[in-house]
Design a protein around this ligand. Structure first.
Ligand code: KG4
Ligand code: ZN
Length: 343
């Protein structure tokens, strides 16, 4: 089944052709440079960019893959969660194509797509515990099959990616800041006592990262020299000064250890043998290393997507759409966006 994936939930406009779980071709336009001067995604600008870019990307996808529009057999589109205006642009495009090509349409949950993305590279065994760490979500799931997701816990305030991005903003590093903190962290040894491991005293599987952000802001108040003068001069390959590197390493460690502790609890509570780590923050080197270590010490099988499948992409949408279609699950043209779904 040749499937087109459409991803427009935030600031990446992405299309992909996937055939039975195999990526044929991907095209993507990242709006990051447009939003970075504002320190975050400007929703209206993001919707307009999707509208501008979808059509040329679609043509470029067909050209690169040497396929014709008529070859596509399924349209899979991210229906949420995400920014409403952005989702509506993707849905409009998807419905137009499905109607014009007279092929089935399926709306995909963006979070489930992150968790199923590794299926593009390896077989996923179930049941599994899924830790989804992205810019908008930090959630733990028990996943019984490729279409059965039980939410075990979620963040009560900031998502892990948001905590990285807000921390970077407080340090006047460019947006999105996760990758800067990750890279700069490698230049120093973390101080395990610099920041708290938030919400671990609470026995639930929920997270709360806002306290960590406050601890960081207080730390910056005491050390104002940490705030960078000009984010436009900083790239992920810049060499940070030692004190900035130590703060990044310590913050990174605090997030990584907090995620590990709750992941360990979720595994113990469910008794499953398989773990999936997914979402943009799963690209973080320390979080990857710590998860690999934890799973090997607990004798668990870790399913870790490669870096390009962690951050937003359209192949994961097509892959998840194919899974739903295989189960006979489709949508009609009434399909609506679900901007705020938690599951
Ligand atoms: O999954 P994603 O691409 O988009 C959402 O669905 O939110 O995740 C984006 C988030 C951003 O907050 C970004 O800073 C974070 O993932 N991120 C990272 C890294 N790469 C991306 N955070 C920490 N370390 C990284 N290497
Ligand atoms: Zn995402």
């Amino acid at each position: 089944m040749l499937s087109l994936g459409i991803e427009t939930s935030c600031d990446e406009t992405a299309l992909a052709l996937v055939d039975e779980g195999r990526i044929l071709q991907e095209v993507m336009f990242s709006q990051v440079d447009k939003h970075s001067i504002f320190g975050g995604v400007v929703p209206e600008m993001a919707s307009r960019e999707h509208l501008r870019k979808l059509q040329p990307l679609w043509h470029s996808l067909l050209k690169k893959s040497e396929r014709r529009a008529g070859d596509v057999e399924l349209i899979a589109v991210a229906r949420g969660p995400g920014l409403l205006g952005c989702l509506l642009v993707g849905l409009g495009f998807a419905k137009g194509l499905a109607m014009g090509l007279k092929i089935p349409l399926v709306g995909v949950n963006h979070l489930h797509a992150h968790l199923m993305a590794p299926a593009l590279e390896q077989e996923i065994e179930f049941p599994a515990v899924g830790l989804l760490v992205s810019g908008g979500h930090t959630s733990l799931y028990k996943i019984d099959s490729s279409i059965e997701f039980e939410l075990l816990g979620r963040t009560l305030d900031d998502a892990a990616g948001e905590a990285f991005d807000k921390t970077a903003r407080a340090l006047n590093l460019p947006y999105p800041g996760g990758v800067y903190i990750d890279r700069f962290a490698s230049f120093a040894e973390p101080d395990p006592d610099m920041f708290p491991r938030p919400y671990l005293d609470n026995p639930s599987l929920d997270f709360s990262f806002s306290g960590l952000k406050t601890a960081l802001v207080n730390h910056i108040r005491k050390h104002p020299g940490l705030v960078q003068e000009n984010p436009l001069e900083i790239t992920p390959d810049s060499t940070p000064d030692p004190e900035l590197a130590r703060v990044c390493a310590s913050f990174n460690l605090a997030v990584a250890e907090t995620l590990q502790a709750k992941l360990q609890r979720a595994v113990s509570a469910t008794g499953v043998q398989n773990v999936i780590l997914a979402g943009g923050v799963a690209a973080n080197s320390m979080i990857r290393q710590k998860t690999i270590k934890l799973c090997s010490s607990m004798g668990l099988r870790l399913i870790l997507p490669s870096l390009n499948l962690c951050t937003d992409n359209a192949s994961m949408i097509a892959c998840c759409g194919e899974i739903l279609a295989r189960h006979g699950l489709y949508h009609d043209l009434e399909l609506e966006a679900v901007p705020r779904g938690r599951k």
